[in-house]
Design a protein around this ligand. Structure first.
Ligand code: FAD
Length: 277
């Protein structure tokens, strides 16, 4: 059966020539799935930021609607204004607007404290030029005081001018449906796109999930652990488990799927193939 939900893919800016070549191949492979857009993450620090723009331009060369992420926590308003002007000049029409995380040892220093303030600034200075997508956390942002206040801050951020949100990844479909229900009750009508993390490596998944607050249900953790060095079985299980999650999300009304590709094509492609997309 051929399915028609929207998909998007997320990349990080490569650091090396080999990484750039790999991303070009990944881009070309993923284009076969006709993504709505591909987004590029943004890190703190000058050279990392420049790489976001370079990567966006390289993706565009391949016919992709490339969307930069922009975080406000370690930039002053002037730096943000310059970057926004540059994006506008280059014809970029969408941005993933974030607070960002401060890398340890780099200090804060930004004038804006929350993503909602970045969204307000962009709306105030660029009107409706950019479509703004914001981040959502079905399992609560790791630094949030509690779930209720996190939901209220999320609703305020969307009302400040974001038209869609992309979630942190999760493995419990109910967490997503519950989050959507709760934010609808707060008056947020915007589509909430689930972020999907294909599972290919156990250790890095655990490390990353601990940092970003994504829960790995016990049964999944135990099963993945049990495979030990048997990468093939681990990947087969990861594929099956994430494909089922996607199936449930789409059946349950999710507006599309956003894949955290880690610059690899095949894990996302295989999941989409199994969904008939
Ligand atoms: P916010 O919405 O500002 O929320 C941050 C915290 O502040 C939450 O705990 C919230 O409850 C609280 N809060 C919000 N408003 C208020 C208020 N008025 N008063 C008190 N508390 C408040 N990081 C990067 O560095 N680069 C990237 O490219 C990147 N891409 C991402 C893409 C997606 C789809 C997602 C889900 C995350 C991404 N991140 C990225 C990570 C993100 O920057 C971090 O999770 C960050 O800690 C929070 O960003 P945010 O935009 O959700 O922040």
């Amino acid at each position: 059966m051929s399915r028609t939900f929207e998909v998007s893919f997320e990349f990080f800016p490569p650091r090396t020539d080999a990484g750039r070549e790999k991303l070009t191949a990944t881009r070309d492979a993923l284009m076969t799935k006709n993504p709505e857009f591909c987004s590029v993450t943004f890190g703190a620090g000058g050279s990392t930021r420049d790489r976001t723009l370079e990567t966006v331009l390289e993706l565009r060369d391949g016919g992709v609607d490339a969307v930069p992420h922009l975080s406000c926590i370690s930039s002053d308003k002037q730096e943000l204004r310059e970057l926004l002007a540059r994006y506008r000049e280059l014809g970029i029409r969408r941005i993933v607007a974030l607070r960002g995380d401060i890398p340890s040892g780099q200090g804060g220093g930004g004038e804006l404290r929350y993503a909602s303030e970045l969204i307000e600034l962009i709306r105030a200075e660029h009107g409706d030029h950019f479509e703004l997508l914001a981040a959502a956390y079905p399992e609560m942002h790791p630094q949030a005081r509690d779930f209720e206040s996190d939901l209220r801050f999320f609703a305020a951020k969307m009302k400040a001018g974001a038209s869609r949100a992309i979630t942190q990844y999760f493995f419990d479909a109910e967490a997503y449906f519950h989050f959507v229900e709760r934010v609808r009750a707060l008056g947020v009508e915007a589509p909430i796109i689930p972020g999907i993390m294909p599972v290919t490596q156990f250790d890095s998944l655990v490390r990353f999930s601990d940092v970003c607050g994504a829960g790995i249900p016990r049964w999944i953790r135990k099963q993945l652990e049990a495979y030990g060095d048997d990468q093939e079985s681990m990947r087969a299980f990861g594929h099956e488990m994430v494909s089922r999650l996607c199936e449930r999300l789409i059946e349950g009304g999710a507006p599309g799927l956003h894949f955290y590709t880690l610059n690899q094509a095949s894990p996302s492609l295989r999941i989409l193939d199994s969904l008939g997309r």
